[in-house]
Design a protein around this ligand. Sequence first.
Ligand code: S3P
Length: 430
Amino acid sequence: MKQLKHLKGDLRVPGDKSISHRALIFSVLTRGRSTVAGLSPAYDCASSIACLQALGLEIEPAGQADSVSIMSNGVTEMKAPATHLDAGNSGTTIRLMAGVASGLQFQTTFDGDQSLRRRPMSRVLDPLGAMGAQIEYLGKAGCAPFSIAGGTLRGIAYPVPVASAQVQTAILLAGLQADGETVVTVPGVVRDHTLRLFQYLSIPHRVDNPGSIAVKRLSEPIEPYQIDVPADISSAAFFMVAAALLPGSSVRLSDVGVNPGRNLVIEVLQRMGAALTIENERIVSGEPVADIAVRYESRLAGATIGGDEIAAGIDEIPILALAGALGSGIFTISGAAELRVKESDRLKAIVSNLSAAGAHITELPDGFEIEGTSSLAGGSIWETFGDHRLAMTGLIANLISNAPVEVDDRDCVRISYPTFEADLDRLLNH
Ligand code: S3P
């Protein structure tokens, strides 16, 4: 049996991936030079940069590390790309860029890696088609690769059937290039980075009720901007859970974005009895930011999570499952069928990996149920299916298990957090 380690120290995890994508992509709406500081080093964000460069934007490193300068001549001056746009593994890149491409006066072709080619695109392309974009699927219907011949768009009123910030943002980006009004309504609470950027960048819009945003064609480009990106709560979540589970741990995660549509992980850990405090709350570039202190106090309790609250923790369910596996009660996730169409089928993968590591877990059609145990046996292989969040969850599973858990592909962490292992080592070897 191996000796369990603990985490200690301060860490600022890299910039938020969702906000970074938007800070990059919204530059198409400007004319002039913008700066984004604290940009996420995620390979996913590099995919957004490459797509924008292929359309004629100039994006270069600026001054300090993780800062870029973006030169845009406005949406009307974008150039037809020489080849297809490669979104790599990034759902946010392909969906948001599809919204941009719908208003461009030429054809753009999109593709991605094997994982992205399996993910549903019709949730974005159906409404964009209804607005007047000409969509053609070049492989399997409903999936990448596809082409969009953009042109004259008309606004629509669209109730998004799934609680998806990506779909909402894609349609709004098209709506800013469309005749008439576009009204997008999402069910429940999703991350509202797009709305906050509309406010911060003075992009004209109307909020009819929470979840319903209306826009019209931008009459002129918006002013170039400076955005400071907070640390990514989805990356910080791995350390929050590890510190709450490993006796002797005490970490302080600084500058973390605590958007109300992203804070389920905090809520749930507190509900389970974790010693987690939010300090120094402030607003940076329109987003709520705070320092999060977590220390080990005692074994966590179980929790029941489901329904509308899932969207606010959609990317943190894999790591929260580890907290549930070591809890003193039952831990249930329901209403999370969306996890089946992320970078992998995350429900299936969590259940098979945790059960191989010795957890008592049962798969549900839209979630899973865990009967907590006081220690996890480990001695298993953790299959990532090339999914970055599963890889990082597996690396934390290894720390909390009695025998090693071997993660089959650690390189894929670079999709969201290239320095994850180095940062984890630093907190372990304080
Ligand atoms: C994201 C929204 C979420 C999330 C993804 C990033 C975004 O996807 O899972 O990692 O930046 O808008 P959905 O909006 O499809 O749920």
